[in-house]
Design a protein around this ligand. Structure first.
Ligand SMILES: [Ca+2]
Length: 127
């Protein structure tokens, strides 16, 4: 009598091959261009970015988003200002609350410890 054996595939080898995952490359940080104010989700100009117009006023960051879809409000950790216009970032919407000024000749840095993840509006002016 002939015994029938089910064919067993070497599933362990197959499963192992499928589980090999290539580590995702860190996406290059957005390079802020001339006449742009760029805000970044993370320190040192990294993470997702959002370009702000230095000739516009932004009264409420709750309506703005980074390229990754995350809301801008209370989440900015570094700023680059590639414009000679001055800017002010406020803790609250409608240009109120604690303010930090980015004056003429200031081109960017990490947000201060006290204001990290707190900016909610921004105004600019010729200076
Ligand atoms: Ca805030």
């Amino acid at each position: 009598m002939i015994k029938k054996f089910a064919t067993v595939l070497p599933m362990t080898a197959l499963a192992f091959a499928a589980s090999v995952v290539v580590a995702p490359q860190a996406s290059a940080a957005y390079e802020c261009r001339g006449n742009q104010i760029c805000v970044y989700q993370n320190a040192n100009f990294t993470g997702s970015a959002r370009v702000l117009d230095p000739y516009a006023a932004y009264s409420d960051f709750r309506h703005l988003y980074y390229t990754n879809g995350v809301n801008l409000n209370d989440s900015i950790s570094s700023v680059q200002k590639n414009t000679d216009r001055c800017a002010a970032f406020y803790n609250d919407v409608n240009y109120s609350g604690t303010v930090e000024y980015m004056v003429y000749g200031w081109y960017g840095q990490n947000v201060s410890y006290l204001m990290n993840d707190r900016y909610s509006s921004m105004a600019t002016w010729a200076c």
